[in-house]
Design a protein around this ligand. Structure first.
Ligand SMILES: [Zn+2]
Length: 409
C-alpha cells in the first residue's frame, strides 16, 4: 500500500483543500548509517489535505510502512514524564469507573506496558494489544499480558471470545494518527467494549496544531491529524458516542476523549469544545487554507536566524533528534554543514545521520565537547526539561526553539 490517495480514508469522499504541503521529504524516523549513499535515500511527498465531508486532515501520499519504520522501535518507558502521565491516568480511571479484580481493561498500542503495568500492580485484569513484537515482548517479560497483533474487528472479536466478555475500559492513546485502516480500527475499538464500557482516546488536537503552527508534528508515519469534529464523524459510523473530554498539555496540546456504545449525556467540557471548533470554522474550508502561509513565515524566521549566525561565524548545534526535528530541519532546507551535530540520548541514533539533512547524531556529552555557541532545541514540547539538563551540564551559550517562532530560552 504505497502511493497517492485521492479519497478520504475515513469516509471515502474525494479529498479537498491542501492543509500543509511540506514538499518531497525523507522519512522522519529513518536514520542513516554514516556509510549510506545519501543519493539513494528514499523521499516521498509530505502533504496533508482535508476531507470536505468529514473534515479529517490526512496525508494524501502513503509510504509503505514495512520497509521503512521497522528498524526503529519506540519505547514509551524511555521518558519519566510519560510514566507519570500514565500512572495518574490509571489512578483517575480506577476511581472514575470503580475498577477492581472483577474488571477488564484492554489497551490498544500498549507499547512496552508502561501504562498497563499500573493496572497489573493494582490487581485489575488487563490485556495489551501491540503489533510490534520486539516491543510487546518487553511488556510480556515485565508481566503485562500482551497480544501481538494489529487491532482489527477480527482481533477484537477473538479477544472478547477468549476473555468471555467485553472490556470495562478500552484505552487507545496516541495511536489514531498511526492507523492506516481507520475504520477497521474504530470498529475494533467498538467490538472490544462491553455494552456499558468506556473508551478513552488521546490524540494531539488539530486546533492546537494550527494555533501553535506545529507543522513539525506532520510526518509520514502520522496519517491523520484529528479535531473533535472529525473523531465524532468517525466514531458515529461505528456506533461510538463521545460524551466527555479533557484537555492535556501532551504533544503540544491533546484531547482525551471519553466514548461509549451506550448514549450518555454530553458533558459541559464536550459542549464547550464543540462550540469552540464551530466558532473557529472547522466545518468550512477557510480554517484549513491559511496554514501553509503561517508555516512559510516560521521557516523564513528560522532561515534569517541561521543566516545571521553563519555570517558571524557562530558554531551551531541541535538537540533532540526526534521526528519533529527532522520534519522541521528538512522543511527549512537545512544541510549537513549548517549544524555541527544534533545530540540525542538514544544510543540507537548516535553515530547515524539525520534523514534528509544528514547532520550527524551524537551523544549529549559529545555535543557539549564540540563547544557550540548556540543550541537549537528541536522538540519544543519538552524544551524546559532539556534546558534544565543542558544548563545542569554547564552549557552557558544561547538556547533556542524555532516553533512557532524563534525564541531565546
Ligand atoms: Zn472524510
Amino acid at each position: 500500500m504505497e502511493g497517492a490517495i485521492s479519497h478520504c480514508r475515513a469516509c471515502g469522499a474525494p479529498l479537498g483543500e491542501v492543509f500543509c504541503d511540506l514538499g518531497i521529504m525523507a522519512v522522519a524516523n529513518s536514520y542513516l548509517p554514516p556509510e549510506a549513499d545519501p543519493a539513494r535515500e528514499p523521499r516521498f511527498p509530505l502533504r496533508a489535505v482535508v476531507c470536505p465531508a468529514c473534515r479529517m486532515v490526512q496525508l494524501d501520499h502513503v509510504v509503505d510502512a514495512s520497509g521503512i519504520f521497522r528498524d526503529y522501535a519506540y519505547f514509551s518507558s524511555a521518558s519519566a514524564s510519560w510514566q507519570d502521565h500514565a500512572r495518574r491516568y490509571c489512578e483517575a480511571m480506577t476511581d472514575r469507573l470503580g475498577l477492581g479484580p472483577g474488571s477488564l481493561v484492554v489497551e490498544v498500542a500498549s507499547n512496552d506496558g508502561y501504562l498497563l503495568k499500573n493496572f497489573v500492580a493494582a490487581g485489575v485484569p488487563c490485556l495489551g494489544v501491540e503489533p510490534a513484537a520486539n516491543v510487546a515482548e518487553v511488556a510480556i517479560a515485565a508481566g503485562v499480558p500482551t497480544e501481538i497483533a494489529f487491532l482489527t474487528p477480527e482481533t477484537a472479536a477473538r479477544i472478547v471470545a477468549a476473555q468471555g466478555r467485553g472490556a470495562d475500559l478500552v484505552i487507545a492513546n496516541n495511536v489514531l494518527a498511526h492507523v492506516p485502516d481507520i475504520n477497521g480500527f474504530a470498529e475494533g475499538l467498538a467490538t472490544l467494549l462491553a455494552p456499558e464500557g468506556v473508551l478513552t482516546v488521546e490524540t494531539p488536537h488539530l486546533l492546537e496544531l494550527v494555533e501553535g503552527v506545529q507543522f513539525d508534528t506532520i510526518y509520514h508515519e502520522h496519517f491523520a491529524y484529528w479535531s473533535l469534529l472529525a473523531v465524532e464523524h468517525l466514531f458515529a459510523r461505528h456506533g461510538l458516542t463521545v460524551f466527555d473530554l479533557e484537555h492535556l498539555p501532551t504533544h503540544g496540546g491533546s484531547l482525551r476523549l471519553f466514548a461509549s456504545r451506550s448514549a450518555r449525556p454530553a458533558s459541559q467540557a464536550l459542549l464547550a469544545q464543540r462550540r469552540a471548533e464551530a466558532e473557529r470554522g472547522l466545518e468550512g474550508d477557510d480554517f484549513y487554507r491559511g496554514f501553509n502561509a503561517a508555516v512559510a513565515e516560521v521557516l523564513a524566521g528560522f532561515r534569517d536566524w541561521l543566516a545571521e549566525r553563519q555570517a558571524e561565524g557562530k558554531r551551531l548545534a541541535g538537540y533532540g533528534a526526534a521526528a519533529k526535528g527532522n520534519t522541521f530541519l528538512n522543511a527549512a532546507g537545512v544541510i549537513a554543514t549548517d549544524f555541527m551535530a544534533v545530540a540525542d540520548v538514544s544510543p540507537a541514533k548516535q553515530g547515524r545521520l539525520l534523514p534528509g539533512s544528514h547532520v550527524p547524531v551524537v551523544s549529549p556529552e559529545a555535543l557539549l565537547a564540540l563547544a557550540p555557541d548556540e543550541i537549537l532545541i528541536l522538540p519544543w514540547n519538552i524544551a524546559p526539561e532539556l534546558t534544565a539538563q543542558l544548563r545542569g551540564a554547564g552549557f552557558t551559550g544561547g538556547l533556542w526553539t524555532a516553533v512557532p517562532e524563534m525564541r531565546r530560552l
